[in-house]
Design a protein around this ligand. Structure first.
Ligand SMILES: Nc1ncnc2c1ncn2[C@@H]1O[C@H](COP(=O)(O)OP(=O)(O)OP(=O)(O)O)[C@@H](O)[C@H]1O
Ligand SMILES: [Mg+2]
Length: 419
């Protein structure tokens, strides 16, 4: 049977259970354009034909034929009739059920973060994309993992994709496909497999450590267009800058205020230090709470800094650790030589984020880091000559945070020392 291209397109669309409006949305064109193409009043451009091919999930080897048929360069008979029926004619058979790997299990208990967990639950119910942002070592991965377990306990399908070791955004789709339990290969590339598999799924995709893959963030939007049942929880040192992205800036673990008189070891920041230190010295007792309080303040509860400080417990007293930290950040590194890795030292962590900053913002931050105890917008402009766009870029990247209560900007104490 011979079809016109418009008729073929209509049959294929219906076989995919798509309305004209849905096809228009997926192919990024107007409803009217689809109507005209289906009634053969108009031929799509090459670019639009390409988008239509992707929206209709054509197998890659058929896309070029499809484009040529669309442009009127070949008769439509060349498009396999069988392709018009769902699940046949070159569609690669994918599993219908999700079979992801189990969620990673953290090696130590989660401390604090009750408020953050409640906020994330709320945000995940309303946003297609929630990004936990904050400096390296702030506990983003740890919090995302806890939220992933919680969502799974609530009966949601959750897939966790660890991206920290991924070299470039070019491998992002493959990493996601593999985490979904798909086997990307020569027959169908990873992105096409994902876009074929996900539309039928309802799940939370947790993408951990996205900051070095920001070039590939468009894939999330593509998935979103094709698969509205997929939600994302992302951790990143920088925002993804996608439409509808809900940011969740993360600060350190709760610390006592300097003169509150509260028992320091009731606070998660102090508990993390003690828990880590007692893995080295099980019966470690803290007679004087003052140095522990000071350590909490100097690190502002940053979990990685607390763990690195605790690593020195069998070499230095807590007072000595604090005295070192008052002088320099260098004490915040693994105490054992030979340990390498992303979290080897606070300097290594900050250096990696520093590389992401454009030179003008680096200069601006270095000038601002002389202000102990924060500064106002006026001081930034008058004393450090910082323009509003630079202020905005640095707050967007979480090198600074605006305190809405008093209108002052704050720099995390460790970042300030680094700057
Ligand atoms: N709430 C917490 N309770 C116990 N340990 C924590 C908590 N938050 C973080 N940690 C520990 O602190 C360290 C740093 O946390 P994490 O890896 O989550 O930081 P991150 O913000 O993801 O850093 P990066 O940007 O480098 O990926 C880890 O060893 C983690 O287990
Ligand atoms: Mg992380």
């Amino acid at each position: 049977m011979t079809y016109s291209f418009g008729k073929w397109l209509q049959r294929r669309r219906k076989a995919e259970d798509l309305t004209q409006k849905q096809l228009a949305e997926r192919a990024f064109c107007s409803l009217n354009t689809i109507k005209k193409i289906e009634t053969d009043q108009r031929r799509p451009s090459r670019q639009l034909a390409q988008s239509l091919g992707a929206a209709l999930r054509l197998p890659p080897e058929q896309v070029e034929i499809f484009i040529e048929c669309a442009r009127g360069l070949r008769p439509v008979d060349h498009l396999a009739e069988a392709m018009a029926r769902k699940g046949e004619g070159g569609m690669v058979a994918l599993p219908h059920r999700l079979s992801p790997a189990p969620l990673p299990q953290p090696a130590t208990p989660l401390l604090g973060r009750e408020v953050e967990m409640a906020s994330l639950t709320d945000l995940l119910a309303h946003s297609w994309l929630v990004t936990i942002i904050g400096p390296g070592g702030m506990g983003k991965t740890r919090l995302a993992l806890a939220a992933a377990h919680q969502q799974q306990a609530l009966g949601r399908n959750v897939v966790f994709v660890s991206l920290a070791e991924l070299e470039s955004a070019a491998h992002l789709a493959t990493a996601v496909a593999q985490a979904l339990g798909l086997e990307p290969g020569a027959r169908l590339p990873a992105e096409a497999q994902i876009l074929q598999f996900l539309p039928a799924q309802k799940l939370l995709l947790v993408l951990d450590n996205f900051e070095h893959l920001l070039d590939g963030a468009g894939l999330l939007l593509t998935i979103r267009q094709a698969a509205p049942g997929v939600m994302f929880l992302v951790t990143s040192r920088e925002p993804l800058q996608l439409p509808g992205e809900q940011l969740y800036p993360l600060s350190g673990l709760a610390c006592p205020l300097p003169d509150s008189g509260e028992e320091v070891d009731r606070f998660p920041a102090a508990q993390l230090f003690l828990q880590s230190a007692r893995r080295l010295i099980p019966d470690l007792a803290i007679a004087d709470p003052a140095p522990l309080l000071r350590l909490c303040q100097l690190t502002e509860g940053m979990p990685l800094a607390l763990e690195l400080a605790a690593g020195w417990t069998n070499t230095l007293t807590l007072s000595d650790i604090v005295a070192e930290l008052e002088k320099s950040l260098d004490i915040l590194r693994r105490s054992r030589p030979g340990h390498i890795g992303r979290h080897h030292s606070i300097r290594v962590v900050f250096d990696a984020t520093w590389q992401l900053l454009p030179p003008a913002e680096r200069k601006a931050f270095a000038r601002l880091s002389v202000f102990r105890g924060g500064f106002t917008r006026e001081t930034a402009a008058a004393v450090a000559h910082i323009s509003l766009p630079h202020l905005s870029a640095l707050t967007g990247r979480r090198w600074l945070a605006l305190d809405y209560g008093n209108g002052r900007y704050h720099i995390h104490e460790l970042l300030r020392q680094y700057g």
